[in-house]
Design a protein around this ligand. Structure first.
Ligand SMILES: Cc1cc2nc3c(=O)[nH]c(=O)nc-3n(C[C@H](O)[C@H](O)[C@H](O)COP(=O)(O)O)c2cc1C
Length: 154
C-alpha cells in the first residue's frame, strides 16, 4: 500500500456506541469527510499505527476501516481504538493518527465473542509491530516526539 504511512486528523464524532458497550473496546469515529478523503489505495480492513487526542500523549492504536460486516453498516467508517485507558470520552476533540500498517481484511463472525477475540489479537499484533524501529520512528516523524530512542540509522 503505497499511501502508507498516512496521516489524518479530524473531530471525534459519535458512532453507534457499540464499541464501548457491547465489545468493551471503545472506538473513536472520524467524520464522513475524513473517511471520504482516505486514499483509494487504503483498502478496507484493520490497520495499526499511532494516535493522539488534542495535544496529548501519542499512543499505539488499531483502526478499522470499512462497513463492519458483523453489524452490516451501510456507511463506511474509520474507527480508532487507542491502546490506552482514558478516564472520559473525547467526543468533539481532535484525533490525529498515522496509519502505519495493515493487519487483516474485515471479517464477519458468528458471535460477538469471536469479534472481540479477533480485535484483542489485532491489538497484540499492533503492540508487537509498533515496537519495531521502522514503526517507532513514525511516532517521532509525525508527532515530533523526542522521547523515542532509536538505533543509529533511524
Ligand atoms: C481493531 C478493530 C478490528 C475490527 N474488526 C472488525 C471486523 O473484522 N469485522 C467487523 O464487523 N467489525 C470490526 N470492527 C469494528 C467493530 O465492529 C466496531 O468498532 C464496533 O461495531 C463499534 O462501532 P461503533 O463505535 O460505531 O458502535 C473492528 C474494530 C476494531 C477497533
Amino acid at each position: 500500500m503505497s499511501a502508507l504511512p498516512y496521516f489524518c486528523k479530524g473531530e471525534v464524532v459519535k458512532g453507534f456506541g457499540r464499541g464501548s458497550k457491547q465489545l468493551g473496546i471503545p472506538t473513536a469515529n472520524f467524520p464522513e469527510d475524513v473517511v471520504d478523503n482516505l486514499p483509494s489505495d487504503i483498502c478496507t480492513g484493520i490497520y495499526f499505527g499511532w494516535g493522539c487526542v488534542g495535544n496529548g500523549v501519542v499512543h499505539k492504536m488499531v483502526m478499522s476501516i470499512g462497513w463492519n460486516p458483523f453489524y452490516q453498516n451501510t456507511k463506511k467508517s474509520a474507527e480508532t481504538h487507542i491502546i490506552h485507558t482514558f478516564d472520559e470520552d473525547f467526543y468533539g476533540e481532535t484525533l490525529s493518527v498515522v496509519i502505519a500498517g495493515f493487519i487483516r481484511p474485515e471479517s464477519n463472525f458468528t458471535s460477538v465473542e469471536a469479534l472481540i477475540a479477533a480485535i484483542h489479537s489485532d491489538i497484540e499484533e499492533a503492540e508487537r509491530q509498533l515496537d519495531l524501529p521502522e514503526f517507532r520512528q513514525l511516532k517521532a516523524r509525525f508527532f515530533n516526539n523526542t522521547d523515542v530512542n532509536l538505533p543509529n540509522g533511524y
